[in-house]
Design a protein around this ligand. Structure first.
Ligand code: ADE
Length: 366
């Protein structure tokens, strides 16, 4: 996969690629835009309400609420002058109720400060309660034609794939760069709002998340970096490639007459509920293990190091050191099994297999 070095100036190269994509994208949108209720009239108030309802919410959920809300509050003034309970009532079931409260408050601000209209720039819109960078960009571009980017998870996913960029899209620097890049592209568009809305549509209909893009129907398929590289299902990177946490562990091979102690692991965490060899946190040495064993008040002998192993999980890596000892009786709180039983009855997780079937040695009880 191609890595983008933030030190090199890649903005122009990516801007060229996106400028090539723009006419393909907007032509596709013209043909394929879904007839959503807020698309019928390009009224700033309607656009603002729809963008607010669409925050963190699926289109299908919004479809029922939007017409009812607009019927109850057909204008910004009607919303500003309504009692809050009525606004909340019409929002009931849509969730994230602070959105409704902020919408109501912002309507009052617009009435007081902007003569009952929404301010016409992203910078001013962002000052209203509940209006973040995405919503400000969406409203400013869709309603007022400003070349303002509206970058959300959908847009970041499209860019990561289109540019075959494997950086973590959750990093603020990646989002900032996306905003700068899109701004540069939007400035070249006759209708920036159409470009932004086409990107939204692509993210909701074609460039779908969770490794399931519908590339065969994508207007950008012919020039998509990820599709060319075969990485379309792996991108975007949402932090999965962050370095694994390295954890040191001490594994105890507690023998008693040909059997070895096993322990059921806790119900939560790695290998939850499975049987494994007893394990202690950290890389412990003889001076830690002797008191641990002695606390059972059962004689033991042959305490010695029994090898090391590493095991890699998705987000964690165990660096394990094993210690072995023979006890005179079985320690309470563990189950004991011989090698055949460990193989057949207990599905020993792969992390422990390096320590299974070690040759045994004899000695004197301590
Ligand atoms: N998601 C957010 N805003 C949207 C819009 N205007 N159209 C489609 N999907 C959206």
């Amino acid at each position: 996969m191609k890595k983008i070095d933030p030190k090199t100036e890649l903005l122009p190269e990516n801007r060229e690629k996106l400028l090539r994509a723009a006419p393909l994208l907007t032509a596709w949108f013209k043909e394929n835009a879904r007839p959503l209720p807020w698309r019928t009239e390009r009224d700033p108030y309607r656009i603002w309400v729809s963008e607010t309802m669409l925050q963190q919410t699926r289109i299908e959920a919004v479809l029922g609420y939007f017409p009812r809300f607009l019927e109850a509050f057909p204008t910004l003034r009607a919303l500003a002058e309504a009692p809050e309970e009525k606004v909340l009532k019409l929002w009931e079931g849509l969730g994230y109720y602070s959105r409704a409260r902020n919408l109501h408050k912002a309507a009052a601000v617009c009435l007081e400060q902007y003569g009952g209209a929404l301010p016409g720039t992203a910078a001013e819109l962002k000052k209203l309660p509940g209006v973040g960078a995405y919503t400000a960009g969406a409203v400013a571009s869709l309603a007022f034609g400003e070349a303002a980017p509206a970058v959300d998870g959908n847009v970041l996913r499209i860019l990561a794939r289109f540019l075959n960029d494997e950086r973590d899209v959750l990093q603020p620097a990646v989002k900032k760069e996306a905003e700068a890049l899109l701004k540069a592209v939007l400035e070249q568009q006759e209708r920036p709002g159409v470009f932004n809305e086409a990107l939204m549509e692509l993210g909701e209909v074609i460039c779908l998340p969770n490794g399931s893009p519908r590339c065969s129907r994508c207007p950008l398929g012919g020039i998509c970096g990820a599709l060319a590289a075969g990485t379309e299902k792996d991108l975007p990177n949402r932090g999965e490639t962050r370095p694994r946490r390295l954890e040191k562990k001490t594994v105890l091979l507690l023998r008693c007459g040909g059997r070895t102690a096993l322990e059921k692991r806790p119900d939560k965490g790695l290998l939850a509920g499975l049987y494994g060899f007893p394990m202690l946190d950290g890389e412990l040495g003889r001076t830690d293990i002797v008191p641990w064993l002695s606390s059972y008040r059962i004689p033991f002998r042959d305490l010695k190091e029994a090898g090391r192993a590493r095991h890699i999980f998705t987000h964690v890596e165990w660096d394990m050191t094993a210690w072995e000892a023979e006890t005179e009786r079985e320690l309470p709180g563990f189950v004991y099994a011989d090698d055949a039983e460990i193989r057949e009855r207990y599905a020993l997780p792969a992390a422990f297999k390096a320590f299974r079937d070690r040759p045994r040695t004899g000695g004197e009880l301590e």
